[in-house]
Write a protein that binds this ligand. Structure first.
Ligand SMILES: [Zn+2]
Length: 251
């Protein structure tokens, strides 16, 4: 065990060729999964990630976790077969009121084209093959911009809807747009085992299980960066990207 090994939690959205900020093309996705397989990476579930954090146990080297936000239908057609072939598990965060519909919730930028989301039948099939499902609210709002009661309903109802469909406990949540505050985290903390943020960093055994840092594939999809994700170089690279992003938000 390397005490200092950090765990990259990857965030994917859509597997398509539109080259949008939330897309990665099928070939690159396959290449990335093959890289993880060839170099014997250990794909672990969010459950295992949180278990390590709670027990303050260091992560085994080459551990990594895979997540998908929003629940695009192309996860079923383009990602699931590859994950199944390699025996990798992943967590898909669902926006429950939009399952079987398009991702055209209010607040979706115009640059993101409308695309179909997973059906419950597809979700059930993937669940039976070991994929995990998490809640991502019902309507994908900015949770801090609506009354706390409404935010609570968005969070807890989306959990219940998935649990009713799959007949199993939903343990993880992802904040839409990475938008949260202390009240929101408290609500999530009372009903879930952990939650993913969009904080751009590599998680480690000291991470807060309710604000897990992730690496959005947008920042590493080109060139060799994905393959260098597991080197110290990438922590510096992500830090500089994060600074740039924070500066842009600030201005
Ligand atoms: Zn989302």
């Amino acid at each position: 065990m390397n005490e200092n090994y950090k765990i990259p939690i990857l965030t994917y959205h859509s597997i398509d060729n539109s080259d949008s900020v939330i897309s990665i093309d099928t070939t690159s996705f396959k290449d990335q999964m093959r890289f993880l397989k060839d170099y014997l990476f250990n794909v672990i579930s969010l459950n295992e990630v949180v278990m390590h954090i709670r027990k303050k146990q260091p992560f085994a080297e080459k551990s990594i976790a895979i997540t998908f936000d929003d629940g695009f239908k192309n996860i079923f057609s383009d990602a699931f077969p590859v994950l199944k072939e390699y025996g990798f598990n992943a967590t898909v965060f669902l926006t429950t009121n939009y399952c079987e519909r398009l991702n055209n919730w209010p607040g979706q930028p115009d640059s993101i084209k409308a695309q179909p989301l997973l059906s419950w039948a597809e979700i059930k099939e993937m669940s039976q093959t070991g994929m995990q499902f998490g809640a991502h609210t019902m309507n994908h709002p900015y949770l801090t911009r609506i009354p706390l009661k409404d935010a609570e309903n968005e969070i807890l109802s989306s959990k219940k809807i998935i649990e009713d469909q799959l007949q199993e406990e939903v343990k993880f949540f992802a904040y839409p747009y990475g938008d949260f505050n202390t009240d929101i985290v408290n609500v999530v903390n009372q009903s879930f085992g952990g939650a993913c943020s969009t904080e751009l960093a590599i998680a480690d055994s000291k991470s807060n299980p309710f604000i897990l840092e992730r690496v959005d594939i947008f920042y590493i999809k080109y060139g060799m960066i994905f393959k260098r994700l597991f080197t110290p170089y990438v922590s510096c690279y992500l830090k500089s990207r994060r600074l740039l992003r924070d500066l842009r938000r600030f201005f």
